[in-house]
Design a protein around this ligand. Structure first.
Ligand code: ARG
Length: 461
């Protein structure tokens, strides 16, 4: 049985069930690089302040380096007896340097340590997510650029609405992912704050140099209130929120890929390498990857709600409830990162079915708005034009024809102003080019958006 770091006031052995229930080592062991990094910085600072000697610090730092290497090589079993990663590292240190190892905890609490470790983890995870979002953006932009000439139906209410460039549709997701990137980027400012030196809650009685520790660990600033520092998990919640919005965006894109690859839509084919089959139905080719991204969104949302709920009733300062933050953070970070990795690759495995997209754009009166706009140009008010075109649509529907299939005379019965030049307005392939204003689906605008995004992300031709 490992001696507990808090064993002094206890006269009974901890019950085995309590050990099992209480321990976090089973999941917080992945914080070990941060825990050791933080301990090394704390140790150097203790020596600098004359709280321990330089020789003592050298021995401790050397031993911590060894422990790190041993952990890298998987030489520890994460026994529940250690309780958590801080307990394991301290025990390993005392095993190596004896009682000297016990000096390291001077002016420090596990409450400070866990706040530090989770911040360091969140900082790395945030950077990792930012890099991967950029990969997905690159894949989207590449796909948009390769298919710049394709026109497709744009939808509202999942009803065909107006022709748009496929590239415009794809670049809409680039905008979403760009905002996601910015949100993660802006959050780093609130993550990168150094909590050590809170000494459980009230601050230490030793003269610790907190700025020195912050500098060593690459923090921008130190926490301003020791009670807040050990009980704040806003930065974890912010990560979970940012991850949730990002997953929501990826889920929407995934949903489109799922429906586009259905026979009903038939807009895309996903390569065999990125689909799976059925054990019973020999013909099946299923879009499991976008389905899974869509599905995994739920667990990330769940983690956000779960931690918000965990935190809502906690009196200051640290409470053990907060140990529940880590699995939510780790799983969300893992989930978001693998989903981004898959998305970036998946986007490279899509081919668009041009004929089918063209056919879909030509059916369903997608140019009705253009026809109304044409009438406005002839001096009719938009409301009246809307009414006229509505009637023309009903007429064409009855004839099972599209608007461009109506004869000029038939159209003139609805309004005398309609002339031969109307047919150009009824060609869906020409509709996007009429919308060359900033933010619109006009090819010049979409090209410009692609160029700007490429420049921002450093993509060369
Ligand atoms: N395992 C704990 C956690 O994850 C570390 C902090 C424990 N502090 C304490 N006073 N028991 O939150």
């Amino acid at each position: 049985m490992t001696k507990k770091v808090w064993g002094g006031r206890f006269s009974q052995e901890t019950d085995a069930l309590v050990n099992r229930f209480n321990a976090s080592i089973g999941f917080d062991h992945r914080l070990y690089p941060y825990d050791i990094e933080g301990s090394i910085a704390h140790c150097r600072m203790l020596a600098n302040q004359g709280i321990i000697t330089d020789e003592e610090a050298t021995d401790i730092v050397e031993a911590l380096g060894k422990i790190k290497r041993e952990l890298d090589h998987g030489e520890f079993s994460f026994d529940e007896d250690y309780e958590d990663i801080h307990g394991l590292v301290e025990k390993a240190l005392v095993d190596k340097v004896g009682a000297l190892g016990e000096k390291l905890h001077t002016g420090r609490s596990r409450n400070d340590q866990i706040a530090l470790d989770v911040r360091l983890y969140a900082r790395d995870a945030t950077q990792g997510v930012i890099d991967l979002i950029k990969e997905s953006r690159r894949a989207l932009i590449r796909l948009a650029e390769e298919n710049l000439d394709i026109v497709m139906p744009g939808y509202t209410h999942l009803q065909r609405a107006q022709p748009v460039l496929l590239a415009h549709h794809l670049m809409a997701y680039n905008e979403m992912l760009k905002r996601d990137c910015e949100r993660f980027q802006e959050s780093i400012r609130r993550v990168n704050i150094m909590p050590l030196g809170s000494a459980a809650l009230a601050g230490p009685t030793f003269d610790l140099d907190r700025e020195m520790v912050a500098g060593e660990l690459g923090f921008d600033s130190i926490s301003q209130n020791s009670m807040d520092a050990v009980s704040d998990r806003d930065f974890v919640l912010e990560f979970l929120f940012n991850a949730s919005v990002l997953m929501m965006h990826m889920s929407r894109l995934s949903e489109e890929l799922v429906i586009w690859s259905s026979q009903e839509f038939g807009f895309i084919a996903i390569s065999d390498a990125f689909c799976t089959g059925s054990s019973i139905m020999p013909q099946k080719k299923n879009p499991d990857l976008p389905e899974l991204i869509r599905g995994k969104t739920g667990r990330v949302y769940g983690h956000l709600i779960s931690l918000l709920t965990t935190m809502k009733g906690l009196p200051l300062t640290y409470n053990k409830d907060m140990q529940e933050d880590k699995e939510a953070l780790f799983d969300s970070s893992d989930t978001v990162q693998i989903c981004l990795e898959v998305m970036a690759r998946l986007l490279g495995e899509i081919t668009f079915k041009r004929e089918r997209l063209k056919e879909a754009t030509g059916k369903g009166f997608l140019v009705a708005t253009d026809l109304a706009d044409y009438l406005v140009r002839k001096g009719i008010t938009f409301r009246e034009a809307h009414e006229i075109v509505g009637k023309m649509v009903v007429f064409a529907l009855g004839q099972k024809r599209e608007l461009h299939e109506l004869a000029l005379d038939e159209m003139k019965d609805f309004n005398r102003q309609i002339d031969e030049d109307v047919y150009e307005w009824l060609d869906p392939m020409l509709a996007p080019a009429r919308r060359n204003i900033p933010g619109g689906t006009g090819p010049d605008m979409v090209k410009k958006a692609i160029e700007e995004a490429k420049k921002e992300l450093g993509i060369d031709d």
